[in-house]
Design a binder for this molecule. Structure first.
Ligand code: MSP
Length: 577
């Protein structure tokens, strides 16, 4: 019967509204943001930017929401450690997230805090809905509680340290404490079949390995879940409606943020509901892949269309943690690489299905070889006054174009790359495979660099013995600029500011930076009037090489630090899985 209800709700993957609502997790304010947090946000941002690039605003409204998760024991304790009132502490850390996201160009429509009144109102309404539908009951409850993960764990989820007698969460490694209390419980067990049915829908959970993990969990009976804590233990939380001896369990509180951001329970929220995609890290899969759809179904609401789950960043092979002193601060990293450089590195090197390793050497190599040498250098060469004294984006001359394509293999290869660029990158963006978008763009830029090199434009300048062939020189520059223009359009979701500078330099009008501007025939300057003047205000130096820190860093290779063939193959194979 419940499964029938899901079908009535229409959650079989058919979307009826014109909104594309995307969320990041809301971030705990018990510590400052690190690159792992930024990664969740950058994935969601790049996804949304791509959606906006594809769809004119009038057709579909893309909406991105992020925010901070500010209640619970963990936050209470963190404020105590710092010796400041908990509300002030939350204000300070929440502001740091806001600032990092602003600097990283995360284009959000809302930043929600769980301490805001609008959110408390939504949680109270949601609770009352669950209660009035008979899904909540009161019970004496005892179990192991993990404060760091804010969750109760069963015996099978624990490891006992024989020497100290302390138990730890098997998954996160954090210690747990024994708790006996009266709680409100949610009848999770009633929703087992519904949640399984939801998980199994096509492309519901991406990448597929996380669907398998959820189905494994769902193959065992689900216990009911505690959804409140006594107020005298957890006072920094939202009171349970009509019972102020209890406060709402922080995960129920936190998950409702996705609704409160839309103004729930006011009717307008349904214009955006359900989310098209919710980006989460692998450690919070259970909460989003089991509790969340069950809560929503219990409240009579559609669960999200898709969960996009990413793996974690380690540092030099180690889990990031304060105790290991290896937490990477995005603000410091941006001082080394620029924020655009950091965005590029995270999306270029991170893959959702397995953990990525963050290392300075790797970041430096990738950024120098790809953004500085391959992309930046080509722009500088095409704009150099020595070759391009009139500082123009020239038109191609048909007879030279035909000849260059016929006589130079590198010209043909560049044309082939450009012909495939839009379709290939669209496929990769559709699956959030940003690393493959970057691979494809870099392959195109390598082809463009090869073409530029082998066509020897410097021999065609007026004043050289062979030279004076202006039309051929202009054609070479126009072909190169066409490759740069297309790559700039494609890269906008990943490195929005650098792509903007590139397109500004080439004087590409704002109306011709949408995805469909890639449809114009190769090497045609489309509807753009050409030749046109380059933008003299914008520097052609796109990305400054990152200099070595002599004590730590080995010398990077002169040429592009591409992954080895076997590494690439491995990465692609995994992406398919
Ligand atoms: N507050 C909860 C989420 C509630 S959503 C209703 C939470 N917060 S968190 O601050 O701990 O984590 C937020 C996000 O950062 C999660 O997606 C998490 O997976 C991600 N990351 C935390 N550490 C990470 C890495 N080391 N690497 C990549 N992402 C990581 O969980």
């Amino acid at each position: 019967m419940l499964i029938r209800r899901i079908k009535c709700l229409g959650i079989l993957g058919i979307r009826h509204n014109s909104s594309h609502y995307v969320t990041t997790p809301i971030f705990y304010v018990n510590a400052a943001p690190h690159i792992g947090h930024l990664y969740s946000a950058v994935i969601a941002d790049a996804h949304c930017r791509y959606q906006r690039l594809r769809q004119p605003r009038s057709l579909r409204q893309v909406r991105l929401c992020t925010g901070t998760d500010e209640h619970g024991t963990k936050i209470q304790q963190a404020a105590e450690v710092h010796g400041i009132p908990v509300a002030t502490y939350c204000d300070q850390i929440s502001e740091r997230y806001r600032e990092v996201f602003r600097n990283a160009n995360i284009q959000t429509d809302d930043f929600i805090r769980t301490t805001e009144q609008r959110h408390k109102r939504a949680v109270a309404h949601f609770w009352r809905t669950l209660n009035s539908r008979g899904h909540i009951y009161s019970a004496a409850y005892s179990g192991w509680y993990c404060v760091s993960d804010e969750t109760f764990l069963t015996d099978s989820q624990l490891r006992l340290d024989e020497t100290t007698g302390t138990r730890y969460s098997l998954e996160s490694g954090h210690p747990v404490e024994w708790t006996e209390e009266t709680n409100y419980m949610f009848r999770l067990s009633h929703f087992q079949d519904d949640v399984r049915h939801w998980v199994k829908q096509e492309a519901r959970i991406r990448p597929p390995k996380f669907e398998k993990i959820l189905l494994d969990t769902l193959s065992e009976p689900l216990p009911d879940v505690s959804v409140s804590r006594p107020s005298n233990r957890v006072h920094w939380a939202i009171p349970v409606p009509d019972d102020d001896t209890q406060t709402v369990y922080v995960w129920l509180d936190a998950l409702v943020n996705y609704l409160s951001s839309l103004g729930y329970p006011d009717e307008g929220f349904s214009a955006h509901w359900p989310p098209a995609q919710q980006v989460i890290g692998k450690d919070i899969l259970k909460f989003h892949g089991i509790y969340w759809p069950a809560f929503l179904l219990a409240a009579g609401l559609e669960p999200p269309h898709q969960l996009y789950v990413h793996s974690h960043w380690t540092v030099d092979g180690q889990k990031m943690s304060k105790s290991r002193h290896n937490v990477v601060d995005p603000v410091q990293a941006a001082q080394q690489y620029t924020m655009e450089g950091l965005r590029y590195f995270l999306l270029r090197e991170g893959v959702a299905h397995s953990d990525g390793n963050y290392s300075h050497v790797k970041a430096q190599r990738i950024l120098n070889s790809e953004l500085a040498d391959t992309l930046g250098n080509l722009l500088s060469r095409a704009c150099a006054k020595s070759l391009n004294p009139r500082q123009i984006y020239p038109s191609v001359h048909d007879e030279h174009l035909a000849d260059l394509l016929q006589s130079l293999d590198s010209g043909k290869r560049l044309q082939e790359q450009l012909l495939q660029l839009s379709d290939r990158c669209a496929t990769h963006y559709d699956s959030n495979h940003f690393h493959l978008v970057a691979d494809t763009v870099m392959a195109t830029l390598h082809a463009a660099n090869n073409f530029f090199e082998s066509s020897k434009p410097w021999l065609l300048k007026g004043g050289t013995p062979e030279g004076g062939n202006e039309a051929r020189l202009e054609t070479i520059i126009a072909m190169t600029m066409d490759a740069l223009r297309r790559c700039g359009i494609v890269l906008q979701p990943i490195i929005p500011q650098l792509a903007q500078r590139l397109l500004d330099k080439l004087s590409v009008p704002a109306t011709q930076r949408q995805w469909d501007s890639l449809d114009s025939g190769t090497f045609a300057t489309a509807t753009v009037e050409s030749p046109r003047q380059l933008d003299g205000q914008t520097s052609a130096l796109l990305f400054q090489r990152i200099l070595e820190e002599k004590s730590e860093v080995k010398k990077p290779p002169q040429q592009t630090a591409k992954r080895s063939k076997s590494q690439n193959k491995e990465k692609r194979r995994e992406t398919m899985s």
